[in-house]
Ligand binder design. Structure first.
Ligand code: DX5
Ligand code: ZN
Length: 225
């Protein structure tokens, strides 16, 4: 089990937050053609984070425009109340451990609704806070910036949590994905993969890249180096 998990390919999830919304359909196609595995959708409510992005309607639009799995990241205060509105447009729904909800019940509800369930933790949150839930998730999202905005600098000190997650996963024979989000590029992505991450979210690096296909391939090749 451990060996299989460790040899899985790294998945690349472009965050559409950095896309040009005036031509969102074209941007999605650009990411698809470049070889993206998932599309990462950052939902922000202006309360849990200091920014407001988009909600279910944009997620539905993306779902209609693409055949890729959608990775919906809910940076919102009441994910228990709102997640049902994303079920139709999400393959995976990730909620934060810091939000105001019963985390176990929300994760169970997401799975019961037919999506995979992710759990995320902010830079200030210790790894121990997510430990009780690691047997009930499909993905752990370790934030490598304070969530709210694209284009911030990667926080290398978060690698201790990525490493702890990979160790916990192997010790308990689990297979949840370990995703990182914030400031990811070829250089920081390499550090993440070396520490055990296997899903790389990247907004600015990919959508602002002059050659997005090369950038996707570069991120994907990090596992085999
Ligand atoms: C941060 C979001 C990220 C963000 C990443 O609040 O969760 O997904 O879009 O953007 P970059 O890759 O530009 O740091
Ligand atoms: Zn995100």
């Amino acid at each position: 089990m451990t060996k299989d998990v460790d040899s899985r390919p790294v998945l690349i999830a472009p965050s559409i937050l950095a896309a040009d919304f005036s031509r969102l359909g074209d941007e999605i196609r650009r990411a698809e053609i470049a070889g993206a595995d998932w599309l990462h959708l950052d939902v922000m409510d202006g309360t849990f984070v200091d920014n407001i992005s988009f909600g279910p309607m944009v997620c539905e639009t993306v779902k209609k425009a693409s055949s890729l799995p959608t990775d919906v990241h809910l940076m919102i205060q009441r994910p228990d109340h709102y997640f049902p509105r994303f079920v139709g447009s999400a393959s995976n729904i990730t909620v934060h451990v810091e939000s105001s909800h019963n985390v176990a019940t929300t994760l169970e509800g997401i799975r019961a609704a037919g999506c995979t369930a992710g759990l995320s933790l902010n830079p200030a949150t210790p790894f121990e806070q997510v430990e009780p839930y690691l047997e009930s998730i499909d993905l752990l999202l370790v934030m490598t910036v304070v969530p709210g905005f694209g284009g911030q600098s990667f926080m290398p000190e978060m690698m201790a949590k990525v490493k702890a997650a990979a160790e916990f996963r192997s010790r308990h024979g689990l297979d949840f994905r370990i995703e990182v989000d914030g400031g990811i590029n070829a250089e920081t992505g390499r550090i993440c993969v070396q520490n055990g991450a296997d899903v790389l979210v990247a907004g600015t690096y990919l959508f602002h890249s002059p050659a997005i296909a090369e950038s996707v391939s570069l991120l994907r090749s990090l596992r085999t180096e």
